[in-house]
Design a protein. Sequence first.
Length: 214
Amino acid sequence: MSGNAALAQAPNEAAKALVGTWEFSNADRDKLCTITFRADANAAGMRLEFDRGCAALFPFIREVAGWTFAEGDFLRLVDASGKPVLEFSEVESGVYEAPRPGEGILFIQNAGAAGPAPRTAEQVTGEWAIIRGAGTTICTLTLSNTAAGPDFAIQVKPPCDAFVTRFGPVTWRIDRGEMVLKSARGQTWRFEESDATTWRRIPQTADPVLLVRR
């Protein structure tokens, strides 16, 4: 019997703590799916399962046949021969990371550590109002899904306050969970999500600027 199979038949306490479903993602979490660690043996180590959409996001996971983990060691996703495909180290409680050429840093984390998934561009495309201060709408925008270089095009609808037209937003994108509006001069306004329909410009000031879905 191989060492991996023996470990799989009698998982240690460190391995037992991983049994269950976790989030598997890249650093920006714009590509994520789930991985489920099982405690039962297979030829490579212990059995695992990725959700159905995972292989489309991360084609290399088709090589993964099992997993191994020992106290103080790497969490390894291994191929059918037991060779590591990814080696994850624990960077904080419930969060593991591994480098992958061409992918950057990949993460396995539990739901509590991961938090809600960031919004995708498709989820925020549409009509938005820019609201300033005490709740006055000063401009309306369409965040389109029309490509404009690496970003997407913005349509500014008149009438629009000079505070916005001086900035002159022409494109937008989602960047690490933040919404970024960009002017033709390369200046940016960044917004963080407050709730499903409201984003607040950051850094915050005494005269807040909000993006509110119409």
